[in-house]
Design a protein around this ligand. Structure first.
Ligand SMILES: Nc1ncnc2c1ncn2[C@@H]1O[C@H](COP(=O)(O)OP(=O)(O)OP(=O)(O)O)[C@@H](O)[C@H]1O
Ligand SMILES: [Mg+2]
Length: 270
């Protein structure tokens, strides 16, 4: 045996001994996603001002989200654990803002176990609106067999947990159609009373069409005076073709000033 071979054999033996040492903790993550560190949620003032259901729970705008909650409960009365997805035909119509407002209302009023999931792998923004930093999240779950609880974090909204976007995979549209994705939503449904999901817009990318069948109900956010009927029709058709359950539309950025004024007066008396 040459000196080089001898040295290599000694090195291999030393490495092998090191691995098997009794009492030494194996710090290698078993699933590819390390366990969540228990850290306090960020302060409330970091939450985006547009999450009115959190900042102004007695305002008229929050009352609108309570009405939406009521509609959802009436439409899905027999299902306790629900997955509600927010999407829109095109970008920037208010999906993330609306999803978080509804989630805050659900968490505040019903004292149910509520979780938000950022499944928008193209323009993830839930963490920004919540004033949080992202470590692991939904992207990591899709690309590994990590247990859901390893990426669940607490948000500044009391009673509201979150699975943020995490590492963005290179092929989200493929991953959204997998059995793993279906299993993840089934598990989230089992663990939480309500799962509110933010997704990408329907027309520019196919991600949402692929993931939407995992939802009990899909809400299409429509920007008032901007989204064309043609685009709305196209988006609904694509979702229907995928056997997704479109529950209805949420008209966003409409004439909120007047209704907010009256609704605020109304709600402050109750
Ligand atoms: N009701 C509203 N009134 C005023 N501004 C709003 C309202 N809803 C959302 N916005 C603003 O519109 C912009 C887009 O909102 P948001 O990020 O929620 O849209 P989105 O549909 O999730 O966008 P994307 O397609 O990029 O994910 C943000 O600046 C947000 O603050
Ligand atoms: Mg968004």
């Amino acid at each position: 045996m040459s000196k080089i071979e001898e040295a290599m054999q000694k090195k291999a033996e030393a490495e092998h001994r090191g691995k098997g040492r009794v009492g030494e903790k194996d710090t290698t993550p078993q699933s590819g996603v390390p366990s969540r560190r228990i850290t306090p949620p960020p302060p409330a003032e970091k939450v985006d001002e547009h999450i009115v259901s959190f900042h102004r729970p007695r305002s008229g705008l929050t009352e609108n989200f309570k009405r939406i909650r009521l509609v959802i409960e009436n439409m899905l009365p027999e299902i306790t654990n629900k997955v509600i997805m927010f999407t829109s035909s095109d970008g920037a119509e208010g999906k993330t803002t609306a999803a978080l407002n509804l989630a805050a209302v659900l968490a505040h009023d019903t004292k149910k176990r509520v979780i938000v999931v950022d499944a928008d792998m193209r323009h993830p923004k839930m963490h920004t609106l919540l004033g949080m930093k992202v470590r692991q999240g939904f992207g990591d779950l899709l690309t590994s067999d990590a247990p859901v609880e390893t990426v669940v974090v607490e948000t500044p909204v009391p009673g509201l947990s979150a699975v943020l976007c995490g590492e963005i995979p290179p092929n989200p549209s493929e991953l959204f159609g997998t059995e793993r994705c279906r299993e993840l939503f089934a598990e989230l449904k089992e663990r939480y009373d309500c799962v509110v999901v933010d997704t990408s817009p329907v027309l520019p990318v196919v991600d949402t069409v692929r993931v939407a069948p995992c939802a009990d109900g899909v809400i299409l956010v429509v920007e008032a005076a901007k989204t064309s009927r043609k685009k709305i029709r196209q988006a609904v058709q694509m979702l229907n073709n995928a056997n997704a359950s479109v529950m209805g539309f949420l008209l966003n950025k409409g004439q909120v000033v007047l209704s907010d004024h009256y609704a605020a007066q109304y709600s402050s008396g109750g």
